[in-house]
Design a protein. Structure first.
Length: 236
């Protein structure tokens, strides 16, 4: 990936804890610990803490999400997402921000200019539909520090993802596949490329009558880079 990090729509299972509800309003928080931060088939961090918070009104939601690895070589990340869901259909936009630019310069959050050396923001649009047995999502970078195509032009980097959840043996499973449809340095792809094939197993671990937390393991393969990852995480 061009910036070496990304992730409001990251591949971690979140156990949102609802803090308050009032009428059609709701607020929730989440926090995950992951052994490796892998996003769309790319490693973007080592052992990481990933907090999140969201507020929603009917189908409209505003959320913030972040990731910080214990190793300084990885980017810190802060993302904001605005989305609207009706039925199974979701439309949204995410502002990704990373602590370093693609050139390795320490980024400044309030630097937004397209040619600003301290700008590391990436803006992404999202369309998706959850059919129940299967969900299909499409993501496209619409601004900020996007990748380029083979001609050096802005690629409007895109990613298509299919997710199939199912249950068995007392475990919640999730099979996921994702690909970028054309050349872009953002996903390190020279043409159409499958960058994510993943299988995740999740289960709630009960410690006592009052303490329980979700835990999961995930095997992720990236056929484009020949990468393989085995990740574990807990939510609280």
């Amino acid at each position: 990936m061009l910036l070496g990090a990304a992730g409001m729509l990251a591949p971690t299972a979140k156990a949102d804890v609802t803090l308050a509800t009032e009428g059609d309003f709701a607020a929730s928080v989440s926090a995950d610990l992951v052994t490796t931060y892998v996003w769309r088939g790319q490693q973007l961090g080592g052992f990481s803490l990933q907090p999140g918070v969201s507020v929603s009104w009917r189908g409209l939601a505003l959320s913030a999400w972040g990731s910080t690895s214990i190793e300084d070589k990885w980017n810190r990340e802060v993302d904001f997402t605005l989305s609207y869901t009706v039925g199974g259909f979701t439309v949204g936009a995410t502002d990704y921000w990373f602590s370093r630019t693609a050139d390795g310069i320490d980024a400044r959050y309030f630097s937004y200019g397209a040619h600003n050396a301290y700008n590391s923001h990436v803006w992404e649009g999202h369309l998706g539909y959850d059919f129940g047995p299967m969900a299909i999502d499409w993501y496209t970078n619409i601004g900020g520090q996007d990748g380029v195509d083979h001609k050096g032009h802005r690629a409007y980097s895109s990613f298509a993802e299919v997710t199939v959840p199912f249950s068995g043996l007392g475990i919640d499973w999730e099979l996921k596949g994702g690909a970028t449809p054309y050349c872009t340095t953002f996903y390190n792809a020279n043409s159409f490329a499958v960058t994510e094939v993943a299988l995740k197993a999740s289960k709630t671990v009960t410690v006592s009558d009052r303490i329980a937390f979700p835990a999961w393991v995930q095997l992720v393969a990236n056929p484009r880079s020949s990468g393989m990852y085995f990740v574990a995480g807990v939510s609280f």
